[in-house]
Design a protein around this ligand. Structure first.
Ligand code: SF4
Length: 324
């Protein structure tokens, strides 16, 4: 059982890696009473060793319910921060502290405070992909799984600011018919898909259904047969009678799609350039080696000022209540 008095073994390096990383991580999991939570966009190796794999909503729920003493969060910083907000007394580890998020970084607290001050009658609904400071300035948090449902529950005469993702905000506007004031943030992965290449791919695979994440730009979403969160895309691929899919989100999700739907094929949608820019560079900073070292060293740890944590907790709890 981990307690805060256990010594930390700082300074371990890649040279100290055991030959069987999977076995070493399993053993550390028992020693620390740790749970490994991993996002669908993580490397397949990390997904395979995780106790729970999910999207932001599923991971938040798991973080809120866990009995583990240590949460190892294989995802990006704002996700591990959310786990810490929900579990102030637990040790929350992020394998690489530099695993940030371009969307979260597109909404900085000072600028957002000024923006918010222009709309004093509005409440703030923020997508979970934002920093703890932005969550602390929000009334309700949402994820791509529940954003439409949450906005539908807010009285029609209540004006709303939606932050930080303008594409998810536009999608929610289209689905609910509500007029939202949007913060103009975007995700570098989802705004980088090429409409021209997507159309070309569909011509080459006319039988394939296009399934897309709502963080994509409207010209991409126009071509989608189905739009949903990563979990919703996975469920859709399982239930659809179609055998092939063009997947317009971070291609890490394809590992689970292939595992859970044998016999079906998944084609990653192409980015604008001939690079791997449809892979999230932040998510991909985590590796199995870093995950092992973070558990062995009990570091890097997520910490938060208590006043920010308390202020950020309220809108997350509202989300969890509203999406039961
Ligand atoms: S895929 Fe986009 S929204 Fe998700 S962590 Fe990476 S940069 Fe952030």
């Amino acid at each position: 059982m981990f307690t805060s008095t256990l010594p930390r073994q700082n300074g371990s390096t890649v040279a100290d890696l055991p030959t069987d990383l999977f076995a070493a991580i399993q053993s550390l999991k028992k020693e620390l009473n740790a749970v490994i939570l991993a996002h669908y966009y993580q490397d397949p190796d990390i997904q395979d060793i995780a106790d729970y794999i999910g999207d932001s909503l599923g991971l938040s729920r798991q973080a809120a319910q866990t009995n583990a003493d240590v949460i190892v969060f294989a995802g990006v910083h704002f996700m591990a921060e959310t786990a810490k907000i929900l579990n102030p007394d637990k040790l929350v580890l992020l394998p690489d502290l530099n695993a940030g998020c371009s969307l979260a970084e597109s909404c900085l607290p000072d600028a957002f405070a000024k923006f918010k001050a222009q709309y004093p009658d509005h409440i703030v609904v923020s997508y979970i992909n934002c920093t703890a400071e932005i969550k602390a300035m929000s009334d309700i948090i949402c994820t791509s799984s529940n954003a439409v449902n949450i906005v539908r529950q807010i009285p029609e005469d209540q004006p709303i600011i939606f932050a930080p993702d303008r594409n998810l905000g536009r999608y929610v506007m289209a689905e609910t018919g509500r007029d939202l004031v949007l913060w103009q943030g975007a995700c570098l992965v989802h705004e980088n898909f090429s409409e021209k290449k997507l159309v070309q791919l569909k011509i080459e695979h006319p039988e394939a259904e296009i399934i897309a994440h709502p963080e994509c730009e409207p010209p991409i979403l126009r071509h989608a047969d189905y739009i949903g969160s990563t979990t919703a895309l996975l469920n859709y691929a399982q239930k659809s009678p179609k055998l092939s899919f063009i997947v317009v989100t971070e291609p890490g999700i394809i590992h689970q799609m292939e595992k859970e739907t044998p016999g079906k094929s998944f084609i990653p949608a192409p980015p604008m350039n001939s690079c791997a820019c449809n892979e999230c560079p932040h998510m991909r900073l985590n590796t199995l080696e870093k995950l092992y070292l973070s558990m062995k060293n009990r570091s890097p740890e997520i910490t938060l000022p208590e006043e920010i944590r308390i202020a950020a907790l309220r809108p997350i709890q509202r989300m969890l209540e509203m999406s039961k």
